[in-house]
Design a protein around this ligand. Structure first.
Ligand code: B12
Ligand code: SF4
Length: 299
């Protein structure tokens, strides 16, 4: 089986001559590394991240099944790849955010579309594929945090500047412009700290992107879990430098900041979205207005 991350027309590593920064813009396709872990051992798997170079597909052995992931920005290339394999008679399954949000469009371009998170449905899809009974559509819904596996970090090569890991899914804030709450839900799901620490240790790269949309969450119990995670990472001496995404409430707790730094945090992407209250109200990010927030002081 081939699992394919279609190339991003703008930032592929193969275009590195156009900008040396492209190396820092190409990050691992974690979705495929998660799927790979959930595949029974009797399937042979290859992951192709086209951002590292587009394979010469005609010269490769014909696979039994192709799985494609895509953000919307990758959709056109995803369809080209799907066309290639479908002409050979190989069934193509596509999942990910674009397939979920633009279901009707994707249904026209591939054999089988998977909406939502794959953990709960992927086994069924593989069984159906094995028996040549793929359905046109599957919905994985939202996975329980206990179903989220340790990704296959060993299956991708080492040319990336960053490793990648996910420790939580979902965001309770549901800002009007953002697709995260629509896709991963508003229920904040946290993976077990032991699994996260174990997975961190399996990452070869020194630098890691923690892809969570909101690493620390919003409620006291979320913050408490974030602190426990940071303590555990420091204690396990994983020695990675990581960057993460969070909301500005990260600034409100000195202990949280100190623990994050000790655990290897070297940068945080914060969604300010607008510097003025009217702007924040308009886009539905009221969270950034709570308690008379002063962005400058928080920074
Ligand atoms: C990490 C990340 C990045 C990284 C890229 C990593 C990469 N691999 O290329 C960086 C920072 C570079 C990035 C850039 C961009 N990103 Co971004 N990014 C994310 C983020 C935060 C996490 C993605 C991730 O790794 N998730 C973890 C994996 C495990 O989850 P998953 O991909 O959803 O996979 C699960 C399911 O979808 C499903 N699945 C996925 N693929 C497949 C395939 C098959 C066959 C099956 C069965 C199932 C399946 O199963 C998986 C397990 O449950 C998401 C938000 C999010 N929560 O997903 C935004 C997100 C995907 N990004 C988004 C956007 C808009 C962008 C940019 C366009 C921003 C910009 N303006 O430049 C660029 C485009 C990059 C590109 N490739 O073209 C939007 C996409 C919306 C859309 N409709 O596509 C998201 C959803 C954020 C948001 N707030 O809306 N991004
Ligand atoms: S806080 Fe961030 S991840 Fe959460 S809904 Fe708003 S923009 Fe999306």
């Amino acid at each position: 089986m081939y699992l394919i991350n279609p190339s991003n027309p703008l930032v592929s590593i193969i275009k590195i001559k156009e900008s040396r920064w492209n190396r820092f813009r190409v990050w691992k396709p974690l979705s495929l590394m998660v799927l790979a872990d959930l595949i029974p051992p009797d399937w042979e798997i290859s992951i192709f991240d086209e951002n590292l170079g587009v394979p010469d597909y005609p010269s490769l052995p014909r696979p039994d099944l192709v799985g494609i992931t895509a953000f919307t920005s990758q959709a056109n290339r995803a369809y080209e790849v799907a066309d290639h394999f479908r002409h050979l008679g190989v069934p193509v399954v596509m999942g990910g955010i674009h397939a979920t949000i633009c279901l009707d469009e994707v249904m026209e371009r591939v054999d089988s579309v998977v909406t939502g998170e794959a953990e709960g449905i992927w086994h069924q899809i593989l069984e159906d594929a094995r028996h040549k009974g793929l359905k046109r559509r599957y919905d994985g819904g939202l996975a329980a945090s206990t179903e989220m596996p340790i990704s296959r970090h060993d299956l991708l090569d080492s040319r990336y500047a960053f490793g990648a890991i996910q420790t939580t899914r979902g965001c309770p804030l549901n800002c009007s412009f953002c697709s995260v709450s629509a896709f991963n839900g508003i229920h904040y799901r946290q993976r077990s700290i032991a699994d996260v620490v174990q997975e961190f240790k399996m990452i070869r790269e020194k630098r890691v992107l923690v892809v969570d949309d909101n690493l620390i969450g919003t409620r006291p119990e979320h913050i408490a879990r974030a602190k426990d995670l940071f303590r555990a990472l420091a204690k396990a001496e994983v020695r990675k430098e990581w960057v993460a995404q969070a909301t500005i409430n990260f600034a409100d707790d000195d202990e949280l900041l100190a623990l994050a730094a000790k655990a290897g945090c070297s940068g945080v992407f914060i969604g300010f979205e607008s510097p003025v209250p009217d702007g924040l109200l308009e886009i539905g990010k009221k969270f950034n207005l709570l308690n008379g927030r002063d962005f400058r002081a928080s920074v």
